[in-house]
Design a protein around this ligand. Sequence first.
Ligand code: TMP
Ligand code: ASP
Length: 323
Amino acid sequence: MLAGYSGKAKNIEFIEDEKVKIIFRDSISAFDGVKLNELDNKGVINCKISTRLFQILHEYGLETHFISSSKDDEMICERVEIIPVETVCRNKTAGSFCRRYGVDQGIKFESPIIEYFLKNDDLHDPLVNKEVAVNMEWMNSEEAMLMEVITRAVNHILKEVFDLINLDLIDFKLEFGRNKDGCLLIADEISTDTMRLWVKKTGEIKDKDRYRKDLGKVIHHYEDILNRLNTINDLPNIETQTEANVNINLKSSVLDPAGAVTQRSLTRNQHETIETTRLGKNAKLIFSEFPSFSLLKEIKGISSEILSNPLIEDFEIELKYNL
Ligand code: TMP
Ligand code: ASP
């Protein structure tokens, strides 16, 4: 027996070369495992949907743990250490958002909302914020920034892809992990179990809410999603909105004559409470590439080698995805 573990719907086996085999079972669960059933063929369908969606993300250059599909119900993935905080991206209100804030479902957000949840069934996956997650060392601040922009980029891509097959992406959950080199990858699964999809115009529910709400014909609708995905030949042309702002400042130990001149002028104009003024510079880089750990590494290289002088300057990178 290989080492590994079992989740609520999948088994994970550790295999050679820092890889894992993820086996999708026919189990389905809701309400933190309180409701549990077996549905024929669910493992195969979810594995195929997940495989297709990971492949699509790869085609747009996103970095995920997915390597290949070995059998109908199995994926081979990079072994990662899972970050215990998952991101949820919402385009319209539904589910726990409506319960938490007492609002109707189906209200469209002006721009997509990102939330963070701690992965802990016993605590019912509580909502957390970035400050809590970083302070508790569940992730570092760089990972928090990347998780947010990557989740926004995935939303942009999946929304456009589902739009092609007449489905409205209401919300979805992503998990992230670090591989042995510390590279942040999208992990776990992306399937009808982890997102809400409604048929456009009619609002018919096609996702796990069919099971949560006992609407019936769960597998029929999951299979329909897979069939619709399989009809897509050409992926939509999506222009990325990845932006990096690099703020460059003189190190605090380095004299800043221009800042001192500005400071004197401020004091002369009665702004006596300003004690120190330091002037920096900003570089805005707009990429034709979706956000990723590798892109951030490239921006760090550019920042230290070209945009700043590491002997006298420090820099900070802020990544944004403008959707
Ligand atoms: P929620 O409305 O229950 O917070 O869920 C938001 C989305 O995230 C929904 O598509 C279901 C998905 N999700 C999971 O896949 N697993 C989880 O553990 C949770 C809390 C949500
Ligand atoms: N995936 C979680 C569970 O199995 C929550 C949910 O999907 O409702 O309980």
